[in-house]
Design a protein around this ligand. Sequence first.
Ligand SMILES: Cc1ncc(COP(=O)(O)O)c(C=O)c1O
Length: 432
Amino acid sequence: MSSSEAVRKHKQYLFPAVSMYYQEPIELVKGEGDYVWDHEGKKYLDCFGGVLTTSIGHANPVVVDAVIDQVKKISHTSTLYASAPQSNLAEKLAQISPGNLSKTFFTSSGTEANETAMNAARAATGRMDIITLRHSYSGRSAQTLAGCGQSNWKKLPLPVSGIKHAHAPYCYRCPFGAKDNSNCSLECAHDIEELIQCETSGEIAAFMAETIIGSGGFMVPPKDYFKVATGIAKKYGGLFICDEVQAAWGRTGKHMFGISHYGVHPDIMVSAKGMGNGAPVAMTIATPEVADKYPGVTFATYGGNPVSMAAATATIKFVEDNNLPENCAVVGAYLGEKFAALKEKYAIIGDARGIGMMQAIELVKDRKTKEHNLQAVLTVFEETKKRGVLLGRGGIFGNIIRTGLMLNAGKDKVDEMVEAIDAGLALASKSN
Ligand SMILES: Cc1ncc(COP(=O)(O)O)c(C=O)c1O
């Protein structure tokens, strides 16, 4: 493989903290549907979609056409003027969002959307303390970084207070030592009460959580987790901020939003990533009670950008027209079965878990000790890359393989991906 000029310049001119996957990083030059191509023309099945962001296929013609049409009309207005793409998308979001979420503030990234949500909750309640989860990721601004529950991302002096981290619903490594998840008593959720009593003034602004903990490694909370956790938050005056940056747009199966699996309604919901199939767009949608209390005036230059709005509108329409929540339920279940079968085959898989098209395997050195096995993940990565399959990684120790196929991927793509992972695991198991 000839080395890529883009990779060389990336290493020379970008912040070193902007790290790339693989011993020999890949330069991607083209994408179409489920596949991407590198600078030498090698084709890969894209099983991560640029971190669950290309959601309905690279260069999806529906989105491409909508973007081109909009660019030809007007590509920037700012929120100082009304624009139909922004107003119409806000109306659409009000129609499809759970509960009474009906007023939106648009931005360009999940970070900004979560930042807005945290500010809105603090403004609406007049309180400071926000409970977030260990292992979570909420963004790279000072406040959202402080909200993160993963040290890797926040090795900076962070001048933010008022954030307390509750235990995560990480069932494979239950923070309360439960050996058997079948009779889980939701201690991680109940512990939020003592956290509030001991670590805050006794009143909170919000409980903020990802529906499915994404970069932490696809932890799927137990069925009643959010009922208990949000019930406690409410008891102490807190709003529920639901971070659906990864879990929205049908990815979890059956529903448009992941939180609909849990029978609770957020006061504020945030999404980004897959919302625009790769266009920089994010939303913070709130109940009128919360949105109306946002003080003063606020503004984001690129918020509501008509081109991003067009991309998001086309993406959401595509998801609805093709019933992709159902596709994610069916194909995701098929993938879940395949991963469960791999777990039977390879002892280095400690856990196979997920929901819909968010499926992961956690690799360990030993099933009894559950020691994290980053080396095995790296071996699987190099082997799957060779075989033309790109995967994602997650977890504080990088030992979790995450997959985020396109929402419209079929079972054939699962088979193609799993065959490559199987070969990678065989190799990794030999050297374990
Ligand atoms: C759950 C979650 N929230 C927020 C963010 C931040 O989004 P962005 O990188 O677009 O700022 C991410 C990014 O990975 C995320 O996964």
